[in-house]
Design a protein around this ligand. Structure first.
Ligand code: UDP
Ligand code: MG
Length: 317
């Protein structure tokens, strides 16, 4: 291949404060990449409006009228960032491109890394993951939870590189493979790293948000993490089974010990505190395990209903 047609996917949710500047900056950047002979002239942006309630969509329409390289899709309501990204990947596959990069609408991720992504792609990588150099812009809470999440995922066997957000390049080949996966919930970070395609990594700097506020709160981060884990791995279920086995074994041994004590030493039961503690601990563990299994049942429930991943409202090509 001579040089690729690049599609840049931008999920947007209530981004009226950023979106105009972001699109203008990225269009200029595309121009510079075309000038330096890195990409084809027909490279474009693909914005996915994830059911914004502000004027994001009106601004996108206006930008599309001015420059046809601004293509866009509007969801009927908010489906969440992973669905917006998935829709973006499917959308650009339908329109056509050789590779696609996803980037946040607030340009926190340094867009200059895209050039390095393309270099890696031209060297034969199908997936190029952006790795953050730092988390300076994240709150303490987010740093801790992110660390816990990546550690958990690694224990579960997912080879997600730490500090990789959804800033990555994927090739047409990867997009075609994605079409083969019918599941409704794809955790993209896990998914693309599992395919076994040639992957490389590029470091980039994180900047403060261009404008506006983070669209993620505690609940949406928890949902992302739980969906990521339960859609990716069944190891936690096995862990529950093993835990249950050892608890049962422990209970059996304690039971035997009690009986022996009763028969031979005629001790009166004076372990009230111990009983209460054990009751609470075991009760807690049982509830936790039940909840964990519930998460999986929920995942099965969602998949089995086979509802559409998202619902398109308008598409501007
Ligand atoms: N986003 C989205 N749907 C949502 C929440 C967020 O499409 O329900 C988009 C948002 O517009 C942005 C990207 O996902 O382009 C990352 O969101 P944000 O910058 O708020 O997250 P943070 O950088 O704080 O993790
Ligand atoms: Mg951000």
């Amino acid at each position: 291949m001579d040089k690729p047609t690049l599609a840049v996917i931008i999920p947007c949710y209530n981004e009226e404060l950023c979106i105009r500047a972001t699109v203008e900056t990225l269009l200029k950047y595309l121009d510079s990449l075309v000038l330096s002979n890195k990409i084809q002239k027909d490279s474009y942006l693909y914005l996915v409006d994830d059911g914004s309630k502000d004027s994001t969509w009106q601004i996108i329409e206006e930008l599309h009228k001015r420059d046809k390289r601004v293509k866009a899709l509007k969801f009927i309501r908010n489906f969440g960032n992973q669905k917006a990204l998935t829709a973006g990947l499917e959308g650009v596959r339908n329109i056509g491109c050789d590779c696609a990069v996803s980037i946040d609408a607030d340009l926190q991720q340094d867009y200059n890394a895209i050039e390095k992504f393309i270099d890696e792609f031209m060297k034969g990588s199908d997936i190029v993951c952006g790795i953050r150099n730092n988390r300076k812009t994240d709150s303490f809470f987010k740093k801790i939870t992110a660390l816990m999440f990546y550690k958990t995922m690694n224990i579960l066997g997912a080879k997600i590189p730490p500090n990789h957000s959804d800033y990555r390049l994927v090739s047409k080949k990867a997009l075609d493979i994605m079409e083969l996966y019918p599941e409704k919930y794809l955790f993209l970070r896990g998914f693309f790293n599992e395919l076994g395609l040639k992957t490389s990594y590029v470091n980039f700097d994180v900047k403060p948000r261009l404008a506006g506020e983070s669209k993620f709160n505690f609940m949406s981060l928890m949902t992302l993490a739980l969906n990521g884990i339960t859609s990716y791995s069944v190891v936690p279920l096995r862990f529950v089974a093993v835990l249950g086995f050892f608890m049962a074994l422990f209970g059996f041994l304690v039971g035997v010990e009690t009986v022996i004590e009763k028969i031979f030493w005629h001790n009166s039961p004076n372990g009230w505190a111990t009983a209460i503690i054990l009751l609470c601990v075991f009760g807690g563990i049982q509830l936790f395990c039940l909840g964990l299994i519930g998460e999986y049942v929920g995942q099965v429930f969602r998949e089995v209903k086979a509802r559409p991943r998202y619902i398109k409202d308008i598409e501007l090509k």
